[in-house]
Structures are given as C-alpha cells and as structure tokens.
Ligand binder design. Structure first.
Ligand code: IPM
Ligand code: MN
Length: 375
C-alpha cells in the first residue's frame, strides 16, 4: 500500500472545519483506492501568530519543502490587520516554494445553480492558469511625503507631458506606489504550462492582459505569449484585455478552455469565475510547482463570521483535495472524489445553506465520503 505523509495547515476561521471534511474524504478514498495518508498538522495562522509572534518561519518552510504537497484551509483573522497573515503565511509559501502556477478550474458541476441564465455544465468548463509569483504581488512599494513626492510627481508628469505633448498640472504632497514586475522566465514558464495543459483539453489558450495601457509590462507578456504559441501550431489562441474578459466570462463562458493570466488579474477574474460555477463554496485551487512543493486550498477565505458553526460548504476544500491527489498521481481517487461531489449535488438532499439546504459542513463531508467508498 502506498504511504503518503501530507502536511496540513488548517489555518483560521472556518479552515479547521473544512479541512476536517477534506481529510475525511481523502482518508476514505485511500481505503477504497489503496493508499494511506499520515497527516502532519501545522499550527500556522492567527492563533499561533498571536501566541508566538511567528507567521511562518524559514525553518518551517524548509521542513515543508521535503513534501510534494501541502493541504491548506484558509488564512485571515479580524484580530490581525489585513495583509499580515495573508502575506506572511499564504504568499510567503507561494513565493518560498516558487509555486508559479495557480490552477483554478472553473467548472459548473451537474445540478449546481449558476447565476448565468441559459448556461449549463457544457458551457462552463475552463481552467484559469494564474501566474502566482510575480506582477503586483512581489511586494515592492511604499509611500513618500511632501517634497520628495512633489518632485517625483513632477518627473512623472513631465514624462507624460513630453510623451504626449500635453501640459499637465502637478499638485500633490504625498504619494503611494507599488511596482509590478514580470520576468521573461517567470512569464514563459507559466504560459508554457497553460499550453501543455491545453494540449490535454480542447486546445485553446486565451491570454489576459492590459497591453493597451500597461504596455511595458503586459506588452512584454503578450510578446512572450506569441513566442510560446508559435511552438504549438495545433493550439488556437486569443488575446483579451482584462476588462473585456469579465464581459466574455459572463456572456460566452463556452469560448474558454485554458485562460492564462498575470497574477493580479488572475486574482480578480477567478472570483468572477467562482461565481459562474456556483459560488465560493465550490471553487478549488492549486498552487503548483511542478518540480517542487505544491499547495492546495479552496479559493475562498476564512469567513470568520461562520467560524465554529459547522455551517459552511466544504466542497471547495474537498475538491482541492482531489486536485492534490491528482498531483500525487492518484488519478482514480481524484476522479472518484469529483464524481462523488457531483453525486452528492445531484442527490440534492445533503447540502449546506449556500446551496439552499440546511445540512452541516460535516454532514456534507460524510455524505461525499460515503459515496467515494461505494465507488
Ligand atoms: C486568493 C486570495 C489571496 C490572493 C490573498 C488572500 C492574498 O485572494 O488566493 O485569491 O490575493 O492571491
Ligand atoms: Mn483572491
């Protein structure tokens, strides 16, 4: 029997409740498909931070790097200022393990309600490949006050004035800035991942950018996209400005197969995607380093107001567990879990409040586990 050791970080808010259901389903899948998981619990999150001052240390990250996959609940707590835990734990892990692909399947399962009128599961089935280590997430930014900023702003305005032959007034005494940067290698590897994925699907890749305004950074993205595309003659492509793609997601989701996007736009459009597939309770994600340590989590946050109520939908986390098993090569178990989620939904009895039911988090987890064991 194959033995796996999987680190698990339940995290904050509803994290522990949903992770408990994910583990339950994976344990059952192991019994059914012949593998055994030893879970190694890590305490990182708000409580641990407030008690010890540790977000996640270099030593812990180093220890975690011995494993191919990590299972993560959710990070974020109202007792800690926004950004501290998210950047100090979640983004720290994404960057430390160089998880350059954020894989977010947007798939409407049979029986799930979508806010898009007239669209069915055959229309909503694409995957977003979000770049996960660059762009505006690199953490370079700051603020400057008074004299300095005035000068900076004047320089900026002069550049614009010179470029466009305009005379633009300057009047400000404080600035804030954040630098977005993408590298050639970082851009190429994620786009290549998207093309390789499309080869196994419907052979279409859509690029997202804002090359009409942020032309330095996303003109570069487009250039690299075209160069990679030339190596895949059997794949069709299209280019989308990020504002426009939000329209097409809503109007014509059936156009999409694999969508590859810079980090920040990917963050935004996958919340929209999650809604198309029935809501945040149903949207899984994987932070993937194909050669290193990958980390699987629901897209949703820690929903502190529901903490401890055994109320929220565990499906996104269970589905993320399926992506994790796929990464480990346990394809039969991974497929069985998604099929069991679909069956639970089609049975239409045991469902949480967000899907119009009254069942608990653990009821839904147990039902999906029961279905997996009968497959
Ligand atoms: C996500 C989240 C994170 C992100 C936050 C919590 C740092 O919104 O996984 O989409 O912006 O990537
Ligand atoms: Mn997000």
């Amino acid at each position: 029997m194959t033995q796996y050791k999987i680190p698990v970080i339940p995290g904050d808010g509803i994290g522990p409740e949903i992770i408990a259901e994910g583990k339950k389903v994976i344990n059952t899948a192991g019994e059914r498909f012949g593998f055994d998981v030893e879970w190694v619990e890590f305490p990182h999150g708000a409580d641990h931070y407030l008690e010890t001052g540790e977000l996640i240390s270099q030593d812990t990250l180093k220890e975690l790097s011995n494993y191919p996959v990590i299972y993560l609940g959710s990070i974020g707590d109202p007792r800690v200022a926004p950004g501290i835990l998210e950047k100090g734990i979640l983004l720290a892990a994404r960057f430390y393990f160089d998880q350059y692909v954020n894989l977010r399947p947007i798939k409407l399962l049979d029986g799930v309600w979508t806010p898009l009128k007239d669209k069915t599961p055959k229309d909503i089935d694409f995957t977003v490949v979000r770049e996960n280590t660059e762009d505006f997430y690199i953490g370079i930014g700051g603020k400057a006050k008074k004299g300095v900023s005035k000068n900076l702003l004047e320089v900026e305005r002069e550049l614009y004035s010179a470029k466009f032959g305009l005379d633009i007034e300057t009047d400000s005494d404080e600035i804030a800035y954040q630098i977005g940067m993408i590298s050639k290698e970082g851009t190429r590897r994620v786009i290549k991942y998207a093309f390789d994925l499309a080869m196994k699907r419907k052979k279409h890749v859509s690029s997202v950018d804002k090359a009409n305004v942020l032309s330095d950074i996303y003109g570069f993205w487009r250039h690299e996209f075209k160069d990679i595309a030339s190596g895949y003659p059997e794949i069709t492509t299209d280019f989308n400005y990020v504002d426009a793609i939000t329209m097409w997601f809503v109007k014509n989701p059936e156009w999409f197969d694999v969508v590859v996007t810079p980090n920040m736009f990917g963050d935004i459009i996958t919340d929209l995607g999650a809604m198309l597939q029935g809501g945040m309770g149903l949207a899984p994600g994987g932070n993937i380093n194909p050669e290193g340590t990958s980390m699987f989590e629901p897209i949703h946050g820690s929903a502190p107001k529901y903490k401890g109520q055994n109320k929220v939908n565990p499906i996104a986390t269970i589905w993320a567990g399926s992506l994790m098993l796929e990464q480990l090569g346990e394809n039969d178990a991974a497929n069985a879990i998604v099929a069991a989620i679909e069956k639970n939904i089609l049975d239409n009895k045991i469902k949480t409040y967000d899907m119009g039911g009254t069942s608990t988090t653990s009821d839904v987890g147990s039902d999906i586990a029961r279905i997996v064991s009968s497959m």
